[in-house]
Design a protein around this ligand. Structure first.
Ligand code: KIV
Ligand code: ZN
Length: 511
């Protein structure tokens, strides 16, 4: 009999703490639906006390998701815990995840609390949480730099108060696999009633060891891992879900546990998260990078052709590389379009939204003969954007670019319903388009990042552009997709400007 390994996905919470990765309610719902399809056990949908928008998104996810537990993070304060409790109230299965820092440095300088006060607050937070749900997780922030005897006291106390999962985060990345494994062994041996709770690991990746550390925890008794799609997350990110899951599945003989993830949904989920957050996946990223299963050397290719297992320990199709089915074409009708969106878990808000998306699908089908699921995701992203508050919308773009001439762009933008036009020269066509837009809207934002990726293969593929802008300390990512990458770039720039205008301030849980 193998133990169950609980997969706790925090893409929508810790992942969202990556610069510019803040998501709208609709974007979060789309990812949550896909995470449910992937089979994650717990979806940490956000931090309810961060802002009314975050609360709403968690509440909506709690209403929709039926096959995963929906969780909200809460600092160990009454307001945070009660907001989390209200947000998850509609969930079929809901969890509150409350935390407080336990290392000397955090207690003294950040919390300005004594160790006894920290224990008292932790216990109180767990008791408040138990008023809403029997499923309460407690995290000792910066656990790895915390004194072991003190951690044992904290965990004894919160288990007594009703915590059912105990999470041991390596918040600042101080551990290495061997030490983390020992820490789990010591905690499980010393904490009373350790066998009555689930032990959990939460590892960040600043030294590139998040997955290795998480797996060391699993080898030493952890039965929940907290991870994110593509390893997205604060600073260098969190442990990557896809790597943990495939390591455990490939080496069941070592880990002696298994999870209920449908691995064929891994690549589609990775693509969706990347396109919504604007964080591209590096080509050589394990499992979900475009080169992950590409054999370049002749010897490898020869070996794989003769007997796949000479060089491959997993099959590309097992992690969903062939899941991007050829979906629809030029002749597909509105009903086929609607039902494919439904199969992908995409629900547009109204019949008008469906009609608008279908019109764009027909335009795309004129330019591109084969339309894949990824194209549909990019296409409806535009629809979700237009449902959100959208100040700026691209109406017209003309770019002149030829050898020996200075690139020049003419742009017309709808600015709160009023059409305005402008033109500018630039170092290249994209630069000219951005300058023309900027001369009109005068946002004063600084361009931090510009990247283009093709959504599917082939020269007729849609280009997906990410633009990261910063203004007054706020950072946002904008996305745009089109078969013409200059148009995609202009859309991405305007999308980022819309986000700069519309998103309200939100609290950061760890500040
Ligand atoms: O990294 C961390 O310590 C966290 C906690 C809130 C669990 O994200
Ligand atoms: Zn974290």
């Amino acid at each position: 009999m193998q133990d169950k390994l609980i997969i706790f996905d925090t893409t929508l919470r810790d992942g969202e703490q990556s610069p510019g990765a803040a998501m709208t309610r609709e974007e979060k719902i789309r990812i949550a639906r896909q995470l449910e399809k992937l089979g994650v056990d717990v979806i940490e949908a956000g931090f309810a006390a961060a802002s009314p928008g975050d609360f709403d998104a968690i509440h909506a996810i709690a209403e929709i998701i039926k096959h995963s537990t929906v969780c909200s993070l809460a600092r160990a304060s009454e307001n945070d815990v009660r907001r989390a409790g209200e947000a998850i109230r509609p969930a079929k299965s809901g969890r509150i995840h409350t935390f407080i820092a336990t290392s000397a440095i955090h207690m003294q300088h950040k919390l300005r609390m004594t160790p006894d006060q920290v224990i008292e607050r932790a216990v109180q937070a767990v008791k408040w949480a138990r008023e809403y749900t029997d499923d309460v997780e407690f995290s000792a922030e910066d656990a790895i730099r915390s004194d072991l005897d003190f951690l044992v006291r904290v965990f004894d106390a919160v288990i007594e108060a009703g915590a059912t999962t105990i999470n041991v985060p390596d918040t600042v990345v101080y551990s290495i696999p061997a030490l983390l494994g020992t820490r789990f062994q010591e905690l499980i041996a010393r904490v009373h009633n350790a066998d009555k709770v689930v032990w959990s690991a939460h590892c960040h990746n600043d030294l590139g060891m998040a997955v290795a550390n998480s797996l060391a925890a699993v080898l030493n008794g952890a039965r929940q891992v907290e991870c994110t799609i593509n390893g997205l997350g604060e600073r260098a990110g969190n442990a990557a879900l896809e790597e943990i899951v495939m390591a455990v599945k490939t080496r069941r003989d070592i880990f002696l546990c298994d999870c209920r993830i449908d691995t064929t949904q891994i690549v589609p989920t990775s693509r969706l998260v990347s396109s919504i957050t604007g964080y591209p996946v590096q080509l050589n990223k394990a499992i979900v990078g475009a080169n992950a299963f590409a054999h370049e050397s002749g010897i490898h290719q020869d070996g794989v052709l003769k007997h796949r297992e000479t060089y491959e320990i997993m099959r590309a199709e097992d992690v969903g590389w062939n899941a991007n089915k050829l979906t629809l074409g030029k002749l597909s009708g509105r009903n086929a379009f609607r039902s494919r969106l439904k199969e992908l878990g995409i629900e547009l808000a109204s019949e008008d939204a469906l009609n608008a998306a279908f019109a764009r699908f027909k335009d795309l089908a004129d330019k591109k003969s084969e339309i894949f699921d990824e194209d549909l995701h990019a296409l409806v992203s535009d629809e979700f954007v237009s449902e959100a508050s959208e100040n700026f919308k691209l109406v017209y773009l003309q770019v002149c670019s030829q050898t020996g001439e200075i690139p020049h762009a003419k742009v017309t933008v709808q600015d709160n319903g009023v059409e305005r036009s402008s033109e500018a020269d630039g170092g290249g066509p994209v630069d000219a388009a951005f300058k023309a837009i900027e001369s009109m809207v005068q946002s004063g934002a600084e361009l931090l990042l510009y990247s283009v990726n093709n959504i599917t293969s082939g020269t007729d593929a849609q280009g997906e552009v990410t633009v990261r802008l910063s203004r007054g300390g706020r950072i946002v990512n904008g996305q745009g997709a089109d078969t013409d990458i200059v148009i995609a770039s202009a859309k991405a720039y305007l999308n980022a400007l819309n986000k700069l205008h519309s998103r309200s301030e939100r609290a950061h849980p760890q500040v």
